[in-house]
Design a protein around this ligand. Structure first.
Ligand code: PLP
Length: 389
């Protein structure tokens, strides 16, 4: 008897990941001076105030199950924050606290997808959307954007991806990997298509504090109350809390009730101390995020300026996140091969763009999760490579 369930999910995704991982491990072992620009994990610990709030909450006995929808104080603080920052109003039964963005996406897909339902992802897209959509037997439909169009969405082209099975579209703005912030016209156009064809818009807002443009309007605030937009949020990047696993979903009362039921069978409730840390994070958000914003903005601009001075590699001015998605198609080498070449010759580890969907072929993703001095060393090494001279 084969006890392992037949592998029905995201074959291409796992094959890619396993190949890239084993190759990385093998190559990284060869050198002892590899600079790692591959991981989307902030290089700062969570703010001390957040840790202290968690510790204090634990000592005060906040170590038991919380409400199924999440800690009441945290939900109320989140409502206050959306009202203050975006002028967006919602109710206590329209939010579910989650263990981060991955969990939020899992609950969303599980709650909305029947077998064969389609979800559109705007490529290049976050690697895990594929397994997240395919796990509940949904189908990923890819809409490709192009770097030469500044990754803008062409609404007429997007409309061609819509079928009678389209259940949702995912918008990740600022976007991992492209750093793109979609224009208000693009968002309005996508929402109009969602109205016309009756599907949902899933806003993956995980990088919303790392937005370097003037267009900071949250996608949920294009509506009066949660109806067609499902907002997914995570404290991972905006507060450097990847390991603490905290996030939320804002959606209609009906959808939240279903997600809550799903979650009762998945995690039951969320880490009680992390949720109190979340209350502290929101209360101090402006101060905590100010320093992070500046640091990641400066690093992004540093990478942008260095790339401008090199040959055969280009990038758009970063609009958000801590990634730079650099076009290396001029080298004539595939993104998998250039990824290997860079690792081999410069001992710098990045991610091949092809892992982010077909639109990512010809690109390499650079994560600015090391300090400027290390970035300088990485780019000095890249500049010495003959293909970039
Ligand atoms: N969505 C996007 C676009 C991401 O880049 C990530 C992590 O890199 C996630 C979701 C999930 O993050 P987490 O589960 O840590 O909240």
């Amino acid at each position: 008897m084969n006890f392992v369930k037949s592998p029905y999910i995201a074959k291409r995704h796992w094959e890619f990941e396993e190949a890239a991982l084993s190759k990385t491990n093998e190559m990284v072992k060869r050198y002892d001076d590899v600079i790692d620009l591959s991981i989307g994990d902030p290089d700062y610990p969570a703010d001390k105030r957040i840790i202290e709030a968690m510790y204090k909450a634990g000592l005060q006995g906040n170590t038991r199950y919380t409400e199924f929808l999440g800690d009441e104080e945290l939900r109320q603080e989140t409502i206050n924050m959306y009202k203050e920052d975006y002028g967006f109003d919602f109710q206590m039964d329209e939010i579910l606290i989650t263990a981060g963005g991955t969990h939020a996406m899992y609950l969303t897909m599980e709650a909305i997808l029947d077998e064969g339902d389609e979800v559109i992802a705007i490529a290049p897209y976050y690697i895990y959307y594929q397994p997240q959509i395919e796990l509940p037997k949904g189908k990923l439909v890819v809409y490709n954007t192009k770097s030469e169009d500044n990754f803008d969405v062409d609404l007429h082209e997007l409309e061609k991806c819509i079928t009678s099975r389209t259940k949702a579209i995912v918008i990740n703005s600022p976007c991992n990997p492209s750093g793109k912030v979609y224009s208000q016209e693009n968002i309005k156009g996508i929402l109009a298509l969602a109205e016309k064809y009756d599907f949902l818009v899933i806003a993956d807002d995980i990088y919303c504090a790392l937005n370097y443009t003037d267009n900071r309007k949250a996608i949920c605030s294009y509506e009066k109350s949660p109806k067609r937009v499902i907002t997914l949020y995570s404290y991972s990047k905006d507060y450097c809390m990847t390991g603490l696993r905290l996030g939320h979903i804002i959606a209609s009362k009906e959808l939240i009730a279903t997600m809550r039921r799903v979650n009762e069978a998945v995690t039951f409730t969320i880490n009680s101390m992390a949720q109190k840390g979340g209350v502290c994070a929101i209360k101090n958000r402006k101060e905590i995020q100010k320093g992070l914003y500046k640091e990641y903005y400066d690093r992004e601009m540093y990478i942008y300026e260095r790339i401008k001075k090199m040959n055969n590699i280009f990038c758009n001015k970063p609009e958000g996140t801590f990634y730079v998605f650099a076009d290396i198609s001029k080298t004539g080498i595939s993104s998998m091969d250039i990824w290997e070449k860079i690792l081999d010759e410069a001992h710098v580890l990045m991610l091949p763009g092809s892992g982010f969907g077909q639109a990512g072929e010809g690109f390499i993703r650079i994560a600015a999760t090391v300090g400027i001095n290390t970035l300088k060393e990485a780019f000095d090494r890249l500049e010495r490579m003959s293909i970039f001279k």
